[in-house]
Design a protein around this ligand. Structure first.
Ligand SMILES: C[S@@+](CC[C@H](N)C(=O)[O-])C[C@H]1O[C@@H](n2cnc3c(N)ncnc32)[C@H](O)[C@@H]1O
Length: 245
């Protein structure tokens, strides 16, 4: 089974691929798209869950998503058709850095996908290029709650603490207008949902040739989380406006 198939199984019960619960996602979208008729772009949209929720909640909203995973985009397309919102959703199979549009967007989203553009500040730079005057960015990224081990840095990347993360964002010309730090429960629930789905699938399909690989993946992720970064890693989502347009 390839990485994308495993990711799909892992997120079966947590379609938002970041440690955020439904209420947090709803509130972040409300702050990101307060009018409901926005044009929204998601860089690294995965299965499009953020866009699907925004489109479902707001019949006047239009959205575009960019991702390199054909499998994830197919899921997004199928879900949009099931929900009857496909005419308001455009999906682009390409590198987020290569995406160009003649349109600008009122909200540019990138949650759990800053690695797609080389980190937090490069993602904000990319978002800025696509932003309409007065537009907002909704970005979600990791930070260190405590001093990380070298192993955690190697596994997750070199984040900073929350205060420094905010300082960098502000120094880059952005003003946070809303924010959410994922709770202990959101962080744990997300991880447990991912391993739980993998383990359940493996146990439900014992004769499948991929069953033992999937079970091992679930166990490895659980061990990494508990032993390497559960106590040091956090996740912050920010709604930002440009300090001056
Ligand atoms: C953790 S998922 C987050 C998905 C979604 N934003 C969410 O929160 O549900 C990260 C996504 O980034 C995508 N990605 C990784 N590198 C990318 C790149 N260079 N260009 C576009 N998308 C990329 C992956 O395919 C994956 O769908």
């Amino acid at each position: 089974m390839n990485r994308e198939q495993i990711s799909r199984l892992a997120h079966a019960n947590h379609p938002i691929q970041s440690p955020l619960d439904d209420d947090s996602v709803r509130q972040l979208l409300e702050h990101g798209a307060p009018c409901g008729d926005e044009r929204v772009l998601d860089l690294g949209c995965g299965g499009g869950e953020w866009l699907l929720r925004a489109l479902t909640a707001h019949p006047q909203l239009h959205a575009e998503g960019v991702d390199i995973s054909e499998d994830a985009l197919r899921q997004a397309r199928e879900a949009a058709s099931r929900l009857g919102i496909q005419t308001r959703l455009a999906l682009h199979h390409q590198e987020a850095a290569d995406f160009r549009s003649t349109d600008s967007f009122d909200l540019v989203l990138s949650v759990g996908a800053t690695h797609a553009l080389g980190g937090l500040l490069p993602t904000l730079a990319a978002a800025r290029k696509h932003l309409a005057p007065g537009g907002r960015v909704l970005i979600g990224d990791g930070f260190w709650e405590r001093e990380p081990s070298q192993e955690a840095i190697e596994m997750l990347g070199d984040f900073t603490d929350l205060a420094t993360t905010l300082d960098r964002v502000v120094a880059d010309g952005w003003t946070p207008v809303h924010g959410h730090v994922s709770t202990r429960r959101e962080l744990d629930d997300y991880e447990w949902a991912c391993w739980g789905s993998l383990a359940s699938w493996a146990l439900d399909h014992p004769a499948d040739p991929d069953s033992s690989q999937v079970l091992e993946t679930a166990a490895a992720r659980r061990t990494e989380w508990l032993r390497v970064y559960r106590d040091t890693w956090g996740f912050v989502s920010l709604v930002l406006r440009q300090t001056s347009d």
